[in-house]
Design a protein around this ligand. Sequence first.
Ligand code: ZN
Length: 95
Amino acid sequence: MPVKNCMEAFVYEAIENMLDSYPGICTCEQCQKDIAAYALNHLPPKYIRTNIGDIYTRLDLYDKSQYTQIMRAVAQAIEVVSKNPHHQPGININK
Ligand SMILES: [Zn+2]
């Protein structure tokens, strides 16, 4: 049975929504992946069978406490990655 960690999708969604609130930071693909990786390392994985309807996962995950937890992890990740980008400031590198 194929499974996927649907926390990834939620972290990427949260990053997209939250980057607007951080106008000064690099939003290149590499930094976004670093942010996602950092946040995911601080969040419990949430595995679902891929053939389950997305709607149930979403309802489940939009449980408020969990969403707050995601937002907090992403905010922290943005802070850490924007201060320590894995590339020269202002240069976008696609790895
Ligand atoms: Zn970058």
